[in-house]
Design a protein around this ligand. Structure first.
Ligand SMILES: Nc1ncnc2c1ncn2[C@@H]1O[C@H](COP(=O)(O)OP(=O)(O)OP(=O)(O)O)[C@@H](O)[C@H]1O
Ligand SMILES: [Mg+2]
Length: 310
């Protein structure tokens, strides 16, 4: 129902979005995954008619929103990447202000405000100034604003960046409920692959302005069906161990992680014995060793040679 065709945006000489084709079907939760600067926010801005494409089109049920933004306005809620609230006002006053922009008023407006406050779990705090809210609570009100007019589609631009795990979990669970229980169509942008894996039916992976892969999680990870990952947790870093493991012929790549490293190896390569012997030689303390099937993070690494996050 919402679709982009050959969407392109350039800023002076820089190509921010390059020939992007993506679509949302009614009731789907779709992920847009990509690192910083991939072009996610620019794509979303064009999909919500905040900025005009340099080329290409965005259509809502076949009608161009580039030509006529009003065809989508009441059907779409957008949660911007930056918090867009009046910090000197209370949550309730903010919601009232934004509700009026959508043409809501009187009892209907108050009902909607009560409804969205309940949804984001901030009814009790509605009369507090937004500036006294935690980052996570501000994010939740930011989402509440986008839900006020009961849109059919919600587009969320990295709604969980920089907040505590509890708020993050709350938001993820809320998005899941909106999608599963209310049938709301969701476009969820993130550079956290776990979030996208958890919420989304289909995923687009974006890098350097382009969609470099798309499909269900299974379709995407099957790109790597010939590989598996040996995840090694160590008590501390052992640089020489990393170097020696890299030299093992069958090891395709070694990626350092927070607590150790990941070896990307061909499936069924039965390298564990060798890995243990090398670790032993370097007197490395292994806390745990796991063999894993590929994740979206691995797919991204495979396609671009880089990690999603630095
Ligand atoms: N208004 C603008 N003027 C000039 N360049 C811009 C503008 N907006 C975005 N860009 C550039 O376009 C590219 C894509 O930016 P965009 O914000 O869409 O990426 P993103 O995927 O949302 O990244 P992030 O994860 O950091 O939010 C970047 O290189 C950025 O510098
Ligand atoms: Mg962005």
């Amino acid at each position: 129902m919402l679709e982009t065709t050959n969407l392109r945006k350039t800023f002076k000489k820089q190509v921010a979005v390059d020939d992007v084709n993506l679509y949302l079907e009614k009731g789907e939760a779709v992920g847009l995954l990509g690192p910083n600067g991939a072009g996610k926010s620019t794509t979303i801005s064009m999909m919500s008619s905040l900025i005009k494409p340099t080329m290409g089109d965005v259509t809502w049920h076949g009608k161009s929103i580039v030509e006529d933004p009003s065809v989508i306005r009441l059907h779409l809620g957008v949660v911007p990447q930056e918090i867009a609230l009046y910090k000197e006002l209370t949550a309730h006053e903010n919601l009232k202000f934004f509700g009026k922009i959508y043409g809501l008023k009187g009892k209907k407006l108050e009902n909607e405000i009560a409804h969205v406050l309940e949804m984001v779990g901030l009814t009790e705090r509605k009369n507090d100034l937004v500036k006294n809210y935690s980052g996570g609570m501000q994010r939740r009100i930011n989402i509440a604003v986008a839900l006020l007019h009961e849109p059919e589609v919600i587009i969320m631009d990295e709604p969980t960046v920089g907040i505590d795990p509890q708020s993050r979990n709350y938001i993820l669970e809320m998005v899941r409920r909106l999608n599963h229980e209310k049938g709301m169509t969701v476009l969820y942008t993130s550079h956290y692959m776990e979030e996208v894996e958890r919420l989304c039916d289909r995923i687009y992976i974006m890098d350097n302005g382009r969609i470099i892969a798309s499909g269900t999680k299974q379709e995407l990870t099957s790109i790597l069906s010939s590989e598996e990952t040996i995840l090694i947790e160590l008590d501390r870093p052992y640089p020489e161990l990393t170097l020696e493991l890299e030299k093992i012929e069958e090891v395709l790549r070694v990626v350092e992680t927070d607590k150790g490293m990941k070896l990307i190896v061909p499936k069924n390569s039965r390298l564990l014995g060798k890995v243990f012997r090398v670790a032993d030689k370097h007197k490395a303390q292994m806390v745990s060793v796991n063999v894993q099937v590929p994740t979206l993070e691995d797919v991204f690494l495979h396609l671009t040679g880089r990690k999603l996050r630095d």
